[in-house]
Ligand binder design. Sequence first.
Ligand SMILES: [Zn+2]
Length: 261
Amino acid sequence: MTPNRPDDLKFAFPPLHGRVAAPEWAVRVDLAAAYRLSAHFGMEEMIRNHISARVPGAPDEFLVKPAAIRFSEVTASNLIKVSVAGERRDAAPLPADQAGINIHGAVYEARPDVHAVHHSHTIAGMTIAAQKDGLLPLSQHALRFYDRLAYHAYEGIALASEERVRLKRDLGGAARGMILRHHGLLTAGRSVAEAMVLMYYLDLACQIQVKAQASGAALTTPAPEVCREIARQIEGNGLTGDEEWPALRRLADTLDPAYAT
Ligand SMILES: [Zn+2]
């Protein structure tokens, strides 16, 4: 089924409030908010890229948007459910995006501590993904990811299940973000809030680097020990997205409260 009118989505996905467990509903609402906010922040690319969240109480399942809809059409009820191995676990009529499921499923298999994944194709992110040296410690935003950023070599559109092995290897440590070479960015959060906030700052760090390099001025970076200390400080301050999230949810409410239906 391909939705041609907004009403098609409503008929395809009946409201789930009260029909799924309360913790799952809460994650669905947070995830739908993250999609709407990402569209607002300019992180949407037509119908491509995905944000996902592990289903509470079902660690081998995650929620993600169907392939054919835009970020700004996502609601808590029209998220689909798939297993980390890529099998559908719901009866909704819209297909999933196979490459998206492959990438997200690999992260959940590799990282039990991760409960939400944000993957974007922002212009700044793809620009840094094309640079040999990757993200440089040019800004405080970049320092948040110092020694905490993984890199994944380009293998084409991530459809092959063998690529999952390499994705799992590359994000198998404690990294909170990953640069997919010639492709885009990924963040791995302990919550939807953390994945969203990390993506906001990772993309911002990439934007700053692109602009700093384009300025033509000689660039400077802090000493490695300062970079390590700042990264530790940011992490130690418990910046997990929980402080930002209520304000971001209010922004999502202002943009269009229908996400929470
Ligand atoms: Zn992608």
